[in-house]
Write a protein that binds this ligand. Structure first.
Ligand SMILES: Cc1ncc(COP(=O)(O)O)c(C=O)c1O
Length: 455
């Protein structure tokens, strides 16, 4: 009998997060203050002390507080599936495994950090959190976490997704949060954009500015980010740590690790616990591949440059692969993959050659999602379909070469609120969109100048 599920006992759930900053071959570039251009921490009015400490910590492991562990246990450890249905459908000798993060209450990996962030803010006396969301997975995860700790939550949701996915808004409201479309009339930055274009689709960079302005303007509020920053990626390492144990149960080590990237958090959560052996030369041949949309190709078309984290310049300047902070993405369905930049840790490891990046077009990702749904059963988020596309492409290469490679994928979430997107695909209405080089060049003109020592 072929084994399908690799299940860990609750007692085996990781009790520490893994911090890659202890094992990087060189230190990460610092953050720069958007005004003074001096090296800075995260702005204290936006982030609580413990989050700020974790952002720059070089300790290899950070203990997960017992209260956070006990909430994690609602859905963790998550299952590692052997994708026998998909292997059969493709006729590939490759062995495909996926770590299913869609079983959390909001339906994705995002609560792994939302619960931790809400916990630390509550502990430091914060009453309310503001945030942005693209597709709504992050907003609903923070709404869920805030509700558990008795915090108020305000979510600025990119307008195009707010219109495409009303059930995500209702989910946030069910957990007691307030969700408004961004750009919104609730902030100055939102009002300025609406004055120029009342129908603006919005972007993650803009929604971040609105959420930051909200937190800067209220004593009782801090800001929470669902991806990109070092502490967020670290909170996600429960995924990779569990996967390491589960791959041991399988009795196999991956040749290829795949994940989709918006800001980089689910992918990093999966690969970071594996990459240290690639960095130290023990697993030189391990390939780590991330999938991004051709409509938002920060790693495949953007330069590695200093850029602002948001449209209005409230967040620090970071060194990352970027399409420019005023990048306005087209209204494709992978709402969570439309951030202009990439996590500094993912960017740095890509720059050093430890990670490959592939850009995949929208129609091909839905084709992959349908193949997956029809062979494995799970209907995946449009974001996750990007990773599935790359997995299928690698498995088909194995079919040609006859190699039985082991492929491990982070399955970042279910697509139960994305049926309108599937409907567009199934009815032939979906189109592909390649973000043009000249638009990339155009938005790079507004990259901030930084002092010579950082160039
Ligand atoms: C299901 C899912 N996968 C992936 C992402 C991309 O985010 P990240 O790159 O931080 O994992 C999102 C973002 O909203 C998401 O909802």
């Amino acid at each position: 009998m072929e084994r399908i599920k690799y299940i860990l006992d609750e007692k085996q759930m990781p009790t520490r997060w893994y911090n890659i900053q202890a094992d990087l071959p060189e230190p990460l570039p610092p953050y720069l203050h958007p005004g003074t251009k001096e090296v800075t921490r995260l702005p204290p009015p936006l982030f609580c002390e413990e989050i700020n400490r974790q952002e720059f910590s070089k300790e290899r492991y950070i203990d997960i507080p017992e209260e956070v562990q006990s909430i994690y246990r609602t859905w963790r450890p998550t299952v590692l599936y052997h994708a026998v249905g998909l292997e059969k459908a493709l006729g590939t000798p490759a062995k495909i495994y996926y770590k299913f993060e869609g079983s959390s209450p909001p339906g994705s990996h995002k609560p792994n950090t939302a619960v931790a962030q809400a916990y630390y803010n509550k502990k430091e006396g914060v009453k309310r959190l503001s945030t942005e969301t693209g597709a709504g997975q992050w907003g609903s995860s923070l709404a869920f976490a805030c509700q558990l700790f008795g915090l108020e939550c305000k979510v600025y949701m990119v307008r195009v997704s707010y219109n495409q996915k009303p059930y995500r808004r209702i989910m946030m409201e069910t957990w007691g949060a307030k969700c408004v479309p961004s750009p919104s009339p609730d902030t100055k930055v939102g009002r300025d954009v609406l004055a120029k274009d009342p129908n603006a689709n919005g972007s993650l960079g803009l929604a971040i500015s609105e959420a930051c302005e909200d937190a800067f303007s209220r004593e009782d509020t801090k800001y929470s980010l669902g991806s990109v920053l070092n502490h967020v990626l670290m909170h996600q390492t429960v995924i990779g740590q569990e996967s390491l144990m589960q791959m041991e149960m399988v009795g196999n080590y991956p040749d290829i690790i795949v994940g989709c990237v918006g800001g980089g958090s689910n992918f990093a959560g999966m690969f970071l616990p594996f990459v240290k052996e690639k960095i130290n030369g023990q697993k030189k041949n391990l390939r780590i591949i991330c999938a991004e949309p051709t409509s938002c190709p920060s790693l495949t078309k953007g330069p590695y440059a200093w850029d602002l984290g948001d449209v209005a310049g409230m967040a620090p300047i970071a060194k990352m692969f970027t399409l420019g902070h005023d990048f306005m993405p087209p209204p494709v369905h992978a709402g969570g993959l439309r951030y202009h930049g990439m996590a500094p840790i993912v960017s740095f490891l890509h720059k050093l050659g430890f990670i490959e990046a592939k850009a995949v077009p929208q129609i091909a990702t839905f084709e992959a999602g349908i193949t997956f749904a029809r062979s494995e059963g799970f209907i995946s988020a449009p974001e996750t379909n990007h990773a599935i596309r790359v997995v299928i492409d690698e498995a088909l290469k194995c079919k040609q070469s006859g190699e039985a490679k082991t492929i491990l994928m982070c399955h970042s979430g279910h697509g139960h609120f994305d049926m309108a997107a599937y409907d567009s695909y199934l009815s032939g209405k979906l189109t592909d969109y390649d973000y043009p080089e000249d638009l990339v060049k155009e938005s790079l003109k507004t990259l901030p100048e930084v002092p010579a020592e950082f160039k």
